[in-house]
Write a protein that binds this ligand. Sequence first.
Ligand SMILES: Cc1ncc(COP(=O)(O)O)c(C=O)c1O
Length: 413
Amino acid sequence: MNQMLRYIESELYMESAALNRIAEQVGTPFYCYSKANIEQQIASCKAAFNRLDATIHYAAKANSNLSILRMMAKAGLGADVVSVGELERVIIAGIPAEKVIFSGVGKRKDEMVAALNAGIGQFNLESIPELDALILLCESLNKTAGVSVRINPDVDGSTHRHITTGVKGSKFGISMEQLDQALSRIGESAHLQLRGLAVHIGSQIVTAAPYRKVCERLRDWIVNLRRAGHAITHLDLGGGFGIDYGDGNYLDFESVATVMHETLQGLDNLQIAIEPGRSIVGNAGVLVSAVIFRKEDDPLPFLILDAGMNDLMRPALYQASHPIQPLLERKVEMEVVNVVGPICESTDFFSKAITLPKIAQGERVALLQAGAYGAVMASIYNSRDIIPEVMVDGDRFETIRRRITNHNLLEFE
Ligand SMILES: Cc1ncc(COP(=O)(O)O)c(C=O)c1O
């Protein structure tokens, strides 16, 4: 839960700012983030992974708003990016290029050129054709690239099937059967500098067990690879640490760091990296929305919000649920309702059969834990606006991305 959210005299506050006050100025729906919560998460991540002396590369895909990336830069974090757009953003935000890792299965040539020209620290290679393409580009530009091989360790993160990335048959990483080939190609090229191995087994993982399993495998592989003469100096363990979406399940930094530390002990001269995204920003954000209509229906009433699946896609995409709280706390009866958006899709729902205090038409609600994979996934489906993002700092707030309206977008047509 976001400890920065609480009711003060029946009004829901983020830090010391009443969300209703912000809603009146900004208009609903909008995303709202707590600066203090993000700072707190960065600090506890750093503290937990200190024992591994790990470098932290914030996964920009979770939330790539410049103001948030600037916070990562200020805290000395690196970044994990998956596109030239994210690369541009992290550089503008002030994250040094050498602290940037470039992941992703389909890096285009222009993206690799931009990354080489920026001088990023590490490419995580996900296929042999990608490796070959990078060698050719490095040769033509006369550049050297630091590379790690992202392997598919075939470990199930036990998370939703759409966010499992490290099992056989998933598109991510190079299979163990092709690892030798990849490493020899790297060894033969004067333009690639091998750093080591990388994994990312999935997202929203709520137990440390899959990390233990993957680290045990990696430990053995690294020992063998080093024996075979490969200079493995870096190990990137990805992100995926789950947050509490209201069911009480999450993975805290301490537990996962402890497991990594225990299993990797004894491997000397190995620089560990992690790429957390959701766990840094997920709890910090809420999506504030107003109830357009309250539709009484059988068997359950509907609360029809002005936010839809185009604003927050996670429920439609992975059956995710976000706790919902009214902005005004009132002594009313509880009821079971369906909470949906206005989009013409039956997947446009936020919660089915959820128990909430009775909420009236026109009231505002907050969908919690919406700081990660929320605003970044927004679309203009149904010709809707891209909604604003706001950052709260104490009792002050600032719009950190203005509304992008349909009128703005019409200019491109
Ligand atoms: C390669 C890579 N690293 C890091 C992350 C961040 O994951 P999370 O936000 O769950 O920490 C992702 C997200 O799926 C990813 O694909």
